[in-house]
Design a protein around this ligand. Structure first.
Ligand code: TPP
Ligand code: MG
Length: 277
């Protein structure tokens, strides 16, 4: 299947605009999470625009694939992408994180079309994903469940309890994607809690493990295709990414996990993003 070079290029160009818009929104509200929003951009774009079945005209379509952004702090990028897909008007993005807005700091499915599950407290999304995948199998519904985890989030014990259940129930309709940017809130994964050989870890928990270049739309799409062919076990895609991708002073820096952006930094970020091709 794969994706044409032209289409991948189109989507990567769209990602550049998503980054510019998210930085602009975060600058305007002086709060929110730039680093993890920038790293997950291509993963979410590949899913919502190419690989996951989703229908903005009928967000609760029973045949939809379920996309769970377990690292809920990357909500600004999710919202930007949902607006582009047409789940709600782009004008709503101006209300990000403001009182009364449906676009809260962390995603909430009650008020925001396209949000599958409320997330924010790390470690919970995979358990919900396992439950959804199991119920789809019992219903003989061929939809897939995609669950996007942060790598710092893997420090949570609930992730590994959920992973054991996923393999016990042979959930081949579950595809986990790890945003492997090697950085969390207070430092690098290595400094806070080393994950060691993550691929081997997931193998040992009964997953089929893939890795991909997490800023390449083509590589993400190809790897999702391969994961969809796996039978009788869950899959994980370890997507190698860069926290703060696209803004040089944010890249790989935990300080930009959730820092407000001042005017000098804002101008630099926009200049750099506009200059990328
Ligand atoms: C249970 C819980 N503990 C702590 C936090 C605060 N917190 C928010 S994001 C974050 C770091 C997450 O790092 P990672 O999963 O690597 O996300 P990314 O690098 O993709 O932003 C922390 C500790 C939280 N949201 N939930
Ligand atoms: Mg991380």
């Amino acid at each position: 299947m794969g994706i044409s070079e032209e289409r991948a290029g189109y989507l990567e160009n769209l990602c550049r605009q998503f980054r510019i818009d998210v930085i602009t929104q975060l600058y305007a509200v002086q709060t929110g999470h730039p680093g993890g929003s920038l790293s997950v951009c291509e993963i979410l774009t590949a899913l919502y625009f190419e690989k996951a079945r989703n229908n903005p005209q009928n967000p609760n379509d029973p045949g939809r694939d379920r996309i769970i952004l377990s690292k809920g702090h990357a909500a600004p990028m999710l919202y930007r992408i949902l607006a582009e897909r047409g789940y709600f008007p782009a004008d709503d993005l101006k209300t990000l994180r403001q009182f009364g807005s449906h676009l809260q700091g962390h995603p909430c499915s009650h008020g925001t079309k396209g949000v599958e599950v409320p997330t924010g407290p790390l470690g919970l999304g995979l358990g919900v994903a396992v439950g959804k995948a199991l119920s789809l199998q019992l219903d003989k519904n061929p939809a897939y469940v995609y669950c996007i985890l942060g790598d710092g989030e893997l420090n949570e014990g609930t992730i590994w309890e959920s992973a054991m259940s996923a393999s016990k129930f042979k959930l081949d309709n579950l595809i986990v994607i790890v945003d492997r940017n090697h950085v969390q809130l207070d430092g690098t994964d290595e400094e806070i809690m080393p994950l060691l050989d993550l691929g081997k870890k997931f193998d040992a928990f009964g997953f089929r493990t893939f890795s991909c270049e997490g800023h390449s739309i083509a590589d993400i799409c190809d790897t999702i295709d391969r994961a969809k062919d796996v039978r009788s076990m869950p899959s994980v895609i370890i997507a190698e990414t860069v926290k703060g991708k696209g803004v040089s002073y944010m890249e790989g820096q935990n300080a930009w996990h959730g820092n407000p952006i001042n005017s000098q930094y804002f101008e630099r970020a926009i200049k750099e993003l506009e200059a990328t091709h």
